[in-house]
Write a protein that binds this ligand. Structure first.
Ligand code: F6R
Ligand code: MG
Ligand code: MG
Length: 366
């Protein structure tokens, strides 16, 4: 059977700053989806990562479906009403347009979707990150799909021996989607040359070259490109099908032990290590560190199993402890050099005015 998995996520208000949505807000979103989706979706799961709420649903309407996107938009509006009634911070923050217009892409919320013919057993992973941007998945996707140091299946399994096709988007180009398709392993160095620049080039999808099937879908939204000003970091989501012709779950999780430095953290303007955390985790130290959750499911005839929390295991406790040290270390250099993002990536406009003012005071010494 052909099934579509759609995840749509937004920050529509949170407790105590940008920390976590309230229970009431979560319930409002969940109830809206449950009460307004009869005959439209097959199953759904609602979760939070930091201050973001994700609606994951299965259906047979295909990707970019207007009714599915409107359901999510309206659910987030229902959540926003509750956020306002509770005085939550940033109520409706990611709903950047006044009215829904056919497709939620470009309206604020992030979307990751995949339509495929279900395998007899269909395991997949849902990642959600907070306080960072979509380039945060570049390194894990490079290592998980193209490097035998993490993906031993590239050597050991005949079902991955042809490698994978990466579709990479230039997110600085805002008139339309600007994408390139590159094949691993032949074009590995070209892929690396692009993925290195994680603020500009972002993996959008990955397909198996053994069977043509899609393995990955990443949300590529850059909020500041939509709003034209700071409205929060993009907080990307991603779907990854695993096992068989795709990497094993553990091969996809493996690179997350690096705690790579990503853009985001406090005011979306700093560099911090990406910490794999348990589902429903909050945000804390210096409005961070940037976090990522991973929820695993199997799906059969569109019906989801119960979720499993992939970073809830003793192994990740020591990883988190090391990453905490990395976070503390980079914070010791405050606003200097690599600790704060380059000018083009700073999310707050205030510094631009400040620098313009100072610029006028400069004198050329003869
Ligand atoms: C980062 C983030 C927070 C806020 C910070 C200030 O993505 O959401 O670090 O930037 O708490 O928030 P405002 O500007 O809303 O007072
Ligand atoms: Mg927020
Ligand atoms: Mg967020």
């Amino acid at each position: 059977m052909k099934v579509t998995i759609s995840v749509i996520k937004a920050d529509v208000g949170s407790l105590a700053g940008h920390v976590k949505p309230s229970q009431k807000l979560m319930e409002a979103v969940e109830n809206y989806v449950k009460n307004n989706s009869k005959g439209l979706i097959i199953d759904c799961n609602i979760s939070s990562t930091g201050d973001d709420i994700a609606i994951l649903c299965t259906h047979q309407q295909g990707t970019l479906n207007e009714r599915i996107h409107k359901l999510a938009w309206d659910a987030f509006l229902a959540g926003t009403d509750v956020a306002k009634s509770q005085g939550l911070y940033g109520a409706g923050q990611d709903l950047l347009k006044d009215s829904f217009s056919g497709n939620i892409k470009g309206m604020g919320p992030a979307v990751a979707e995949m339509e495929f013919e279900e395998r007899p057993n269909e395991p997949f992973l849902f990642f959600a990150a907070d306080k960072t941007d979509p380039g945060a998945y570049n390194l894990p996707l490079y290592l998980g799909f193209a490097d035998p140091m993490h993906n031993s299946g590239l050597i050991l399994s005949p079902s991955m021996n042809k490698g994978f096709k990466y579709t990479i988007m230039d997110v600085n180009y805002i008139e339309a989607d600007r994408v390139v398709e590159l094949n691993s392993p032949e074009e590995l160095y070209d892929i690396a040359a692009l993925l290195r620049d994680q603020e500009r080039f972002v993996v959008e999808s990955i397909h198996s070259r053994n069977n043509g099937e899609q393995a990955v879908s990443v949300s590529t939204t850059r909020l500041h490109n939509i709003a034209g000003k700071y409205t929060g970091k993009d907080d990307p989501i991603m779907l990854v099908r695993v096992q068989g012709a795709f990497p094993a779950t553990g091969e996809i999780l493996s690179p997350f032990n690096i705690g790579q430095f990503v853009a985001g953290f406090m005011r979306g303007s700093h560099t911090g290590p990406l910490m794999p955390v348990k589902r429903f985790s909050t945000i804390s130290f210096f409005d961070g560190p940037p976090i990522v959750t991973c929820t695993g499911f199997c799906v059969h005839e569109g019906i989801l199993t119960e979720p499993v929390d992939c970073f809830d295991h003793p192994y990740w406790d020591q990883v988190r402890a090391k990453i905490s040290e990395k976070a503390t270390d980079i914070r010791r250099q405050g606003f200097i050099g690599a600790a704060m993002l380059p000018f083009s990536e700073l999310e707050y406009g205030g510094i631009v005015d400040k620098l313009n003012k100072i610029d006028n005071k400069f004198k050329i010494r003869k």
